[in-house]
Ligand binder design. Structure first.
Ligand SMILES: NC(=O)c1ccc[n+]([C@@H]2O[C@H](COP(=O)([O-])OP(=O)(O)OC[C@H]3O[C@@H](n4cnc5c(N)ncnc54)[C@H](OP(=O)(O)O)[C@@H]3O)[C@@H](O)[C@H]2O)c1
Length: 258
């Protein structure tokens, strides 16, 4: 699918990967709808300067069902060609040390909001007989490390949800893209060490959000169903998929309980 003059809704478009993808779409002259927590005049101007004919901001907080419902109400009459469910939260560390409220909030933003928004936008896309839904999973959906219990569970849920949906909508003109994202240098990536390093030696490889946004855009244009990692992470991803005991053994070498 081309994004030229398409209407693109992105959650979490104010920074990180969401922002880099918004910039890439602006350069392709897409009509942008940014679902972000706070209005940002500078951001709107920047995206217009890059080439977006229009940039609308829909303020929302995805951390509650009511917050997502308010977003759904605000966008109910808008055409949406591309929905990027990108906003996310990170949790980590030994399970018994993760604050329960953080776990609930993370599942709400990473999974419930993504399902809710897809549920709201899909009928419109089916009526249009066109559209694409990008769901942000992670390599963690497949590569199961100690200290990643809750976050990995959320991303595995995103993968399963997207995989099932792709089969349901085959032939309708609407399709999905599931991102198995590796380390990308964002604020979330910088938080990994804080949450994990006490017990787990995390991989340090990362690429820039701009480079990754270009990969996402190419995957959209090529109508890929998955975007998988390449290089060393791609190799580890393949091991995790095909040689689970070997992967888990290697992960255990980097883990200590105390
Ligand atoms: N970076 C990586 O290495 C990596 C790897 C795999 C997957 N991912 C996934 O990539 C996605 C984007 O992450 P990122 O790396 O770009 O991280 P980031 O820079 O921390 O950005 C996270 C985005 O999510 C938004 N968000 C969080 N809670 C929200 C809420 N309650 N309501 C609305 N928006 C909310 C943030 O908005 P605020 O600025 O308002 O907080 C921000 O725009 C996430 O789904 C993440 O799980 C990232």
């Amino acid at each position: 699918m081309e994004v030229f003059h398409k209407s693109v809704l992105i959650t979490g478009a104010n920074r990180g990967i969401g922002l880099a993808f918004a910039e890439a779409c602006a350069k392709e002259k897409a009509y942008l709808i940014l679902a972000i927590r706070n209005f940002d005049t500078e951001l709107v101007e920047k995206l217009k300067k890059l080439g977006a004919p229009t940039v609308e901001v829909v303020e929302c907080d995805l951390v509650s069902k009511e917050g997502v419902a308010q977003l759904v109400e605000k966008i109910k009459d808008k055409r949406i060609d591309l929905l990027f469910n990108n906003a996310g939260l990170l949790t980590g560390g030994l399970l018994e040390e993760q604050p329960l409220d953080d776990i609930y909030n993370m599942f709400q933003v990473n999974v419930n909001a993504l399902v809710h928004l897809t549920h709201a936008v899909l009928p419109r896309m089916l009526a249009q007989k066109s559209g694409k839904i990008i769901n942000h999973a992670s390599v963690s959906a497949v590569m199961h490390f100690p200290c990643a219990t809750t976050y990995a569970a959320s991303k595995a849920a995103v993968w399963a949800f997207t995989d099932c949906l792709e089969q349901e909508i085959k032939g309708t003109g609407v399709s999905t893209l599931c991102l198995f994202t590796p380390g990308i240098k964002t604020r979330m990536f910088d938080k990994i060490d804080d949450l994990y390093s006490k017990n787990f030696e995390t991989p340090k490889d990362s690429i820039s959000p701009e480079t990754y946004a270009q990969k996402i855009l190419n995957a959209v244009k090529n109508d890929q169903v998955y975007l998988e990692p390449t290089g060393a992470t791609g190799f580890a991803f393949m091991i995790a998929q095909n040689f689970k005991s070997l992967f888990n053994w290697a992960a255990a070498q980097r883990f200590k309980r105390s």
